[in-house]
Design a binder for this molecule. Structure first.
Ligand code: PRP
Length: 211
């Protein structure tokens, strides 16, 4: 009998496209999986149990083995290196990590850079030999250059609407972001049949080879 897979599922913007992808790969998930306040949702027909997680915490649950697999943005994987297998590029929630600023920005010595991604930002500027002061914020990063907290920001751009509405411009693109399927290293061995089947079905659906 096939084992139940514990899946760390991000709440929020990745959730709907992820549900659609699992459904089209043949897993009968309810459309409204993310609509309740329940945090653990069992879907016996799919042989899955979902842990509804904050996106930044998905890889933590998987690394510690309380979830066998998870769906997580490449942005999170680039910021926090986690000891997990990255199995598949799901091709959903496509966006990019960028350096952003005011249109009239001009270089200064030791600029301040605000971001939710301090490791990504530090690495990016260090590799370019640029000394910056990184200021960690937890959201609404676009405020920082508008109110004089930072000279530039490093943040995700999806539609570009937040930038346009706040009069900011994308100056440099750092890397492309999509959601990834990750697995706990022990679960990958112990539940290999179920995980491999899921990978194959998802890969067939999105026309990708496993990573
Ligand atoms: C993200 C990101 C940008 C915005 C980009 O914020 O930090 O602010 O989305 O999307 P857009 O290009 O489609 O406008 P999020 O909505 O996650 O909220 P936050 O500001 O609280 O981080």
């Amino acid at each position: 009998m096939q084992q139940v897979l514990k899946v760390a599922m991000p709440k929020g913007r990745i959730n709907k496209p992820a549900i659609k992808l699992f459904q089209s790969a043949g897993y009968p998930l309810p459309d409204d999986l993310d609509d309740s306040r329940k945090l653990i949702i069992s879907v016996p027909d799919a042989k899955m149990e979902f842990i509804m997680a904050k996106p930044v915490d998905v890889a933590t649950y998987v690394e510690y083995g309380v979830a066998d697999i998870g769906i997580v943005g490449k942005d999170v994987l680039m910021e926090d290196s986690r000891d997990v297998y990255e199995l598949l590029d799901l091709g959903i929630a496509r966006c990019r990590m960028s350096v952003i600023g005011l249109p009239d920005w001009s270089p200064v010595m030791h600029p301040r850079v605000a971001t939710k991604y301090p490791n990504v930002a530090s690495r990016y500027f260090r590799e370019r030999g640029q000394q910056v002061e990184v200021i960690k914020l937890n959201g609404s990063i676009e405020l920082a250059p508008l109110i004089g907290l930072a000279d530039r920001i490093v943040d995700m751009v999806e539609t570009g609407r937040t930038l346009v509405e706040n009069g900011l411009v994308e100056q440099e693109q750092i890397f492309a972001i999509t959601s990834r399927l990750i697995a706990n290293r022990v679960s990958y061995r112990m539940k290999n049949d179920a995980i491999q089947l899921l990978c194959d079905r998802l890969a067939a659906e999105i026309g990708e080879d496993a990573l």
